[in-house]
Design a protein around this ligand. Structure first.
Ligand code: 7RM
Length: 656
């Protein structure tokens, strides 16, 4: 990253503007007292211990951190319970009537759930699980749509000390079976179906296929969501049980288990470089400490008055940390929405913000760019003056989308926090702090208090300016504790590339003012005639062109240059996909970054293939670009996109 377009990147960001915290934002920002930032710098263990003290512990820890690189133990000797921290203590503090979840289903049905009601459901469901033979330490698989029963199931697991493994509802039966198998889960919690763009996703049918080949499952609990709309649901006698029938028979009260701070809270599978998914292990005390702190600090959360909406799916880590555990640990009121932004129409999101008076919105750049593509007429029809803070996560946000978000959604009065973190880090690591940080659109700005991030060059030497690899140099409380059943792979994957450092897999650059810029996965770094060019950089340049809504760039094999840049581009409404436009875009990138970054081919497509979590499927695009077999596409948001991209890639490329 450093050996080529360093200067070119500077050129591109010459247009960078500074965005200080909006005037009159808040004078009572959660982190307004900068002394905590200083404390974190001088004594990071003491700082994290302060944050841990904000939780309820049954027994105090005796040691804040034991660090036997790369294995960390935080708050050693301490005991606590996550569901107690997320529910009981708020009810005990008199907040039982506060709304925990404003839930909205895709068809428009709604439910309002208070902390007292959520606690009651969680206690009952914890007893249901116990009744099915689940004991402390047993794994429970969860395969559900975005309905309130999902967080109930998760919290019930934490109450009895049974680690959960949530498998995203868009995954195939095979993917579900592999995850159940790896975790040796005893019980599967699912639903008859889920709603997606007006159609029923056959969850129970998928679950049946998976469980037929997953011998560890003894019982399946089925929540009712789609009912008859999904056809009749076959139930296997003795194995399958309706959620509501078990709940009506379950005892009301279930005291929380006293869990060790280091006990496994959950597994979350994420795909790595090999076919076998990695079971990321998260702990109890450290994880909850960091998600609760970051949720308060990064979103400037004032639980007594904020209405917070994280528009992710709980099937991904963003939902685990910032729909379920962070907000509930902080006693926040959240919106939880089952559907997609374009159903039944393009007003849905803004309508939700208006109706619930959402004050904090957290979503992905891919959503923001989609909204840009649709145009400002949709948000403009709605009163969104309740918004105070906007967040972004999942991939680098291009400056144009950042400024659009700031201007058209935030109305210029909301800080925009671009939050960098990973399934593995468990919680936000690099992000602005609202009310404090002066932002640069496209930059995640600085590591949070208590976090030590450094950019290193190829040899592992830390550099304080320029581009390289993002590493973490000290343990952090929410860090993964390992890969389930594979300690060697944990060491090898994260701790072996650079001595004594956690390597995040991301490229990053530090600018002259010390700001961190995430440049995408280093496996997305292209090598063109020996020059390293980041896919994110070229994408940023493309989406900066007024005609472009979205762009994904991949490096395809090229006999002369090693790799060639192939750009998949979605134009804004009303723009024409002509060869001239393709030429113009190639020239545009060459002007912005340098001719070395000029895409060889521009392919126009109506939509980009994305995983359900909104990440662009670069591997697939690379395959399309190189004309290879497409393999498994089950994590695609819309599989038809593949066909379209395949067709277009042969029909319309503009070549030199
Ligand atoms: C939270 C999440 C992790 C990868 C990570 C990055 C990319 C996430 C940002 C980002 C630039 C951001 N977990 N990423 N957030 N890149 N700026 N603010 O997405 O495990 O699913 O993905 O996502 O490449 O390594 S994840």
């Amino acid at each position: 990253m450093s050996d080529d377009g360093g200067a070119a990147i500077e050129d591109y960001y010459l247009e960078e503007r500074l965005f200080p915290p909006p005037e009159g934002f808040v004078d009572d920002a959660v982190v307004a007292d900068r002394s905590i930032i200083e404390r974190a710098q001088h004594d990071f263990e003491g700082f994290w211990a302060d944050q841990a003290r904000a939780l309820d512990w049954f027994d105090d820890w005796h040691t804040v951190l034991e660090w036997d690189l790369p294995f960390a133990r935080w708050f050693v000797g301490g005991t606590l319970n996550v569901s107690h921290n997320c529910l009981d203590r708020h009810v005990a503090a008199g907040l039982g009537e506060r709304v925990a979840i404003h839930w909205e289903g895709e068809p428009g049905d709604t439910r309002t759930i208070t902390y007292a009601e959520l606690l009651a459901d969680v206690e009952r469901f914890a007893n249901v699980l116990k009744g099915l033979g689940v004991r402390r330490g047993d794994r429970v698989a969860i395969y559900m749509p975005m309905i309130p029963e999902l967080p109930v199931a998760m919290l019930a697991c934490t109450r009895i000390g049974a680690p959960h493994s949530v498998v995203f509802g868009g995954f195939s039966p095979d993917a579900l079976r592999d995850r159940i198998d790896d975790a040796q889960a005893k019980v599967l919690v699912t639903a008859d179906g889920g709603w997606r763009r007006g159609a029923v996703v056959a969850l129970k049918e998928n679950a049946d296929t998976a469980v037929a080949e997953a011998a560890s499952i003894e019982h399946v609990v089925v929540a009712r969501r789609t009912g008859d709309a999904g056809g009749t649901t076959p139930m296997t006698d003795g194995r399958d049980h309706w959620w509501d029938e078990l709940m009506s028979k379950a005892p009301e009260s279930c005291p929380p288990e006293h869990m060790d701070a280091e006990d496994l809270l959950y597994l979350l599978y994420t795909s790595g470089t090999t076919a076998k998914p990695k079971g990321i292990m998260h702990s109890t005390g450290g994880y909850l400490t960091q998600v609760a702190f970051t949720h308060r600090a990064v979103f400037d959360l004032h639980p007594e008055r904020d209405v917070y909406w994280c528009a992710a799916d709980i099937g991904w880590v963003t939902g685990h940390s910032y729909i379920v555990y962070g907000p509930l640990a902080n006693g926040a009121t959240s919106v939880m929405y089952e559907g997609t932004p374009d159903f039944p129409d393009k007003d849905r999101w803004w309508d939700i913000i208006e109706r619930y008076g959402v004050t904090i919105l957290y979503c992905a750049p891919t959503a923001i760019r989609t909204f840009m593509k649709w145009g400002t007429e949709f948000p403009e029809r709605h009163d969104m003056s309740s918004l105070r803070v906007l967040g972004s996560v999942g991939e680098p946000i291009n400056p144009e989308a950042w400024v659009w978000y700031w201007t058209h959604i935030g109305g210029g009065h909301c800080p925009v926090v671009d939050t960098w973190w990973q399934t593995e880090t468990g919680a936000i690591m690099i992000s602005p702090l609202p009310g404090i940080t002066t932002c640069k659109p496209g930059s995640a700005t600085f590591p949070l208090p208590g976090i030590a991030a450094e950019v290193v060059d190829d040899s592992g030497k830390s550099i304080d300016r320029g581009g390289g690899y993002l590493t973490l140099t000290r343990p952090w409380p929410a860090m993964l504790r390992g890969l389930y059943g594979d300690p060697e792979r944990y060491k090898e994957t994260y701790w072996s590339r650079f001595d004594g450092r956690y390597f995040a897999g991301d490229g990053a650059k530090i600018d002259d003012d010390g700001y961190f810029w995430l440049l995408g996965r280093v496996d997305d770094v292209m090598n063109i005639s020996g020059h390293r060019i980041s896919t994110a950089e070229v994408e940023s340049s493309l989406v900066n062109h007024p005609s472009v809504a979205e762009a994904a760039v991949v490096g395809a094999k090229d006999d002369t240059t090693g790799q060639a840049i192939i750009a998949f581009v979605t134009l804004k409404a009303g723009q024409n996909e002509t060869a001239e436009r393709g030429e113009e875009l190639r020239g545009h990138v060459a002007r912005h970054i340098g001719s070395i970054a000029r895409p060889r081919t521009v392919i126009f497509t109506d939509e980009l293939p994305k995983t359900r979590s909104g990440k662009i499927m670069r591997r697939l695009l690379r395959d399309v670009a190189e004309g290879r077999d497409l393999g498994d596409t089950t994590t695609l948001a819309d599989p038809r996109v593949v066909d379209e991209i395949r067709r277009l890639s042969t029909a319309q490329p503009t070549e030199d």
